[in-house]
Design a protein around this ligand. Structure first.
Ligand code: NAD
Length: 480
């Protein structure tokens, strides 16, 4: 099957006629092709979005809201089909796509379609001299670039607020996982989203992505992906003074103090290490455990990891599917080899499971736990983004904080303790954008989302997104 770009309300072939093979991670076989779009396709999409902008921006907010709620309803009605597509395209278990990815994509549309109805702007009375008020306008054509790990979830987290606030969009989903974004085009057609309001252009980052980020008619870029890619994009867009949000990689600490509920910490740490094959930017990949409970934790954690089964993503009993691509699997295996060379102990995993039949060439990897590494080595400093975690003991709170903050990244962290004072003190000292205390991945859509240091700039979520996708203007009216 050949996918098509979705431009100006229609499905169209790439102008060059070139396509990229799309591999099914669980089998290693090509199962579809996606357009290898070039700057020419991006130009057409941006022109369509630019044409659609004045009418969409001046459409009444209730009307925009109703249209996006229709998108949510129609997407929800096709939940099972989308979950299947996401699982086949990305390698994740279908139950995860069914319970997290697709429902969350539906929520993204519902949340922002309704949040925008309550968007307020401030006004200040200058002691009877003048009235200052903030007038917010949509920015224009938004360039929305998303990664492969939570394909529809992360793309709709951008599309929802961008469209709700009156922008039009050109999206560049990851070339590794184009399927659900392609299907979303059908939903948008069915929901009667006006032509050109949301466009999808498929292709590689350096070709289609760079043409979008560098386009002079795209004043806003929202990017989620790797830190190295963001450096390239930042260099390109900085001289153009584009408004941007960059949500990047992480190397998140998961800190377990001796007074924690170890049973809960183990159960949640297995999820926070290996959910979605460890391919969630918020996964806790560096586990630090206080010395007095280290042995006990490690033994229980290894046994829980053993129960984290790997296999056929369509099997509801399987916990983990395949990694997204051959290249990514090789990268992750490379870090496991490096850990061996550096004298680390592979406590469990580190190899591929032997699967039969159609899965024998799939990109599977057993969940892997490594101990005994120097916290400053590459395995503990660089983002691996797979089912590989390190476990390291620490003495006290001071050392735990030093270890937790001792990386260039600063996205998220988890802390396990029953000491309330320590929980607050430690959480507030961590250098990151999100801290979970005695839990993981619980998040209200209204809260700010994003990282510090090499994990990104900007925040999205709730009013943060409504603000980001609009441009404020201060209007000052003299009373006299
Ligand atoms: P990536 O940076 O390789 O690609 C992300 C997107 O950028 C893709 O659509 C890609 O085609 C595009 N791209 C690549 N080069 C480009 C260029 N020069 N110009 C414009 N676009 C370009 O990232 P990935 O491998 O798809 O995703 C994994 C990364 O994403 C990990 O680092 C992960 O931590 C991060 N991530 C971050 C968050 C977050 O919210 N902080 C969420 C999910 C994933």
């Amino acid at each position: 099957m050949d996918l098509a770009n979705f431009i100006d309300g229609k499905f169209v072939s790439p102008i060059s006629g070139a396509y990229l093979d799309n591999f099914e991670p669980a089998t290693g076989l090509v199962y579809s092709r996606c357009p290898a779009s070039t700057a020419a396709d991006v130009d057409v999409a941006v022109a369509a979005a630019k044409r659609a902008f004045p009418a969409w921006a001046s459409t009444r907010v209730e009307e925009r809201s109703r249209t996006l709620l229709r998108v949510a309803d129609l997407l929800e009605a096709r939940l099972e089909e989308f979950a299947r597509a996401e699982s086949q395209d990305q390698g994740k278990p279908i139950w995860l796509a069914r319970t997290v990815d697709i429902p969350r994509a539906v929520s993204n549309f519902r949340f922002f379609a309704t949040a925008v109805l309550h968007q307020a702007s401030e006004s200040f009375d200058m002691d009877g001299v003048a009235l200052n008020y903030t007038h917010r306008r949509p920015v224009g054509v938004a360039g929305l670039i998303s990664p492969w790990n939570l394909p529809l979830y992360l793309l709709t987290w951008k599309i929802g607020p961008a469209l709700a606030t009156g922008n039009t969009a050109v999206c560049k989903p990851s070339e590794l996982t184009p399927m659900t974004a392609y299907l979303l085009g059908e939903v948008m057609q069915e929901a009667q989203l006006p032509d050109g309001v949301c466009n999808m252009v498929f292709g590689t980052g350096p070709q289609a992505g760079a043409a979008l980020t560098g386009h002079r008619d795209v004043p806003l870029i929202s990017f989620t992906g790797g830190t190295t890619t963001a450096e390239i994009i930042n260099r390109q867009i900085a001289p153009m003074f584009k408004k941007s949000s960059l949500e990047l990689g992480g190397k998140n600490p998961n800190v377990i103090f001796s007074d924690a509920n170890i049973e809960k910490a183990v159960a949640t740490s297995v999820r926070s290490s290996f959910l979605n094959q460890g391919e969630i930017c918020l996964c806790g990949s560096r586990i630090f455990v206080q010395e007095s409970v280290y042995k006990d934790f490690l033994a229980r954690f290894i046994s829980a990891t053993r129960a984290w089964t790997v296999g056929d993503p369509s099997d509801d009993n399987v916990k983990m599917g395949a990694l997204v691509s051959r290249g990514h699997l090789d990268k992750v295996l490379g870090y496991v080899d490096l850990a061996r060379q550096l004298g680390g102990t592979i406590e469990i995993g580190g190899d591929q499971p032997r699967l039969n039949g159609k899965f024998k060439n799939g990109y599977f990897l057993n969940p892997t736990v490594i101990s005994g590494l120097d916290p400053l080595c590459d395995v503990m400093q660089e983002e691996i983004f797979g089912p590989v975690v390190t476990v390291t003991p620490f003495r006290d709170e001071t050392e735990a904080l030093e270890l937790a903050n001792g990386v260039k990244y600063g996205l998220a962290a988890s802390v396990w303790t029953s000491d309330v004072s320590r929980a607050h003190r430690f959480a507030q000292s961590l250098e990151c954008g999100i801290v979970w205390v005695n839990c993981w991945l619980k998040r209200d859509l209204r809260t700010p989302f994003g990282g510090v240091k090499a994990s990104g700039i900007g925040r999205e979520g709730g009013t943060y997104s409504l603000d980001f996708y609009t441009e404020p203007k201060n209007i000052c009216m003299a009373w006299e």
